[in-house]
Design a protein around this ligand. Structure first.
Ligand code: DOR
Ligand code: ZN
Length: 345
């Protein structure tokens, strides 16, 4: 297959930051995707409906008038999110999920949840209202090895949570392990997962062999090859529980290339091409449309897109950098060759 078309896809997990960064990064996503779930880990975090609607407005203004792209907003769950905030969020029509960051798990997660039991009343309202809980699934205890944090989260937090709230819609975000893929396969249909392109394409050798590669550092951290293969199986299985979420996370070059570099891969400029590369590598391009364009809206209860995106087997080189704020940003796989190109109509 040298060219194919899919229904216009959506990105169900995206970081676009705020302020001047918006205009630098949003056009990349709007070029390929019709909608994206916008992560709320700003400083300060987006914890209220009022803040989320104001953030949405800034995104819409940065996009300009000629776009069909729609930002789907989220709230940042804290120990103190009042149950009434969920009602408000739901009635706004613009808030599609509430993000659980365990405190200290990743970028700007300091205001996250310290103990999930503090959130039980709020989670009960989310369950009743059909508001999805989007989970960064890693424990943060010092004594748990960073490569085990997702698997331990499943045992310690996720299993009890799902038992306690048996109809709560859950998206286990950016899964990185066979443990997580198996968990989601076995769970009821209202428990789903997003998978990033970088976790489909790389394993932890790509982070560490031959030298530390800061632009491949993300959280949850890349895992060993057996886990990558399990993610590939899940993403290409045709199961509606697994759908596209890039977790594209812009950080300037200087904040990545330093003694304590930030976590995040900037995949937005080449997102669908990366997924095409991954699916093609196992002969499963025919499963890309479900994963990228159908299963996400079906899970969120939104209509599927009506447009079409065309892809062609035509090699191109990922640019070495893009302008970002007053410096530059290095895209994922900068300088390497990709096989698939988006055909602009
Ligand atoms: O790699 C990551 N970057 N993982 C996250 O969970 C957060 C994100 C960011 O905001 O930079
Ligand atoms: Zn993220």
């Amino acid at each position: 297959m040298d060219q194919f078309s899919i229904t216009t896809p959506d990105d169900w997990h995206l970081h676009v930051r705020d302020g001047d960064a918006l205009a630098d990064v949003l056009p990349f996503t709007a070029r390929q995707f019709n909608r994206a779930i916008i992560m709320p880990n700003l400083t300060p975090p987006v914890t209220t409906t009022e803040q989320a609607l104001a953030y949405r407005q800034r995104i819409v203004e940065a996009l300009g008038p000629d776009t069909r792209f729609q930002p789907l907003m989220t709230l940042y769950l804290t120990d103190n999110t009042p149950p009434d905030e969920i009602i408000l969020a739901k009635s706004s029509g613009h808030i599609h999920g509430v993000k659980l960051y365990p405190a200290g798990a990743t970028t700007n997660s300091e205001s996250g949840v310290t103990n999930i039991t503090h959130c039980h009343d709020t989670l009960a309202v989310m369950e009743r209202e059909g508001m999805p809980l989007l989970i960064h699934g890693e424990v943060t205890h010092d004594h748990i090895d960073i490569f085990d944090r997702e698997a331990v989260f499943i045992e310690e937090i996720l299993n009890p949570l799902i038992e306690c709230f048996p109809t709560l819609k859950v998206v286990f975000e950016h899964i990185t392990t066979k443990d997580a893929a198996d968990f989601v396969h076995a769970a009821p249909d209202h428990v789903a997962a997003t998978i990033t392109a970088h976790h489909l394409l790389l394993n932890r050798n790509d982070l560490l062999v031959g030298g530390v590669r800061p632009h491949n550092f993300c959280l949850p951290v890349l895992k060993r090859e057996t886990h990558r293969l399990a993610l590939m199986d899940a993403a290409t299985s045709g199961s509606a529980k697994f759908f596209l979420g890039t977790d594209s996370a812009p950080h300037s070059r200087s904040s990545k290339e330093q003694a304590c570099g930030c976590a995040g891969c900037f995949t937005a400029p080449l997102a669908i091409e990366l997924y095409a590369q991954a699916f093609d590598s196992v002969g499963k391009l025919h499963q890309l449309e479900g994963f990228a364009s159908h299963f996400g809206p079906d899970f969120y209860g939104l209509p599927r897109n009506t447009g079409t995106l065309h892809l062609q087997r035509r090699p191109w080189h990922v640019p070495p950098s893009y302008a970002y704020l007053d410096e530059e940003i290095i895209p994922f796989l900068a300088g390497t060759q990709l096989d698939w190109s988006v055909v602009s109509e």
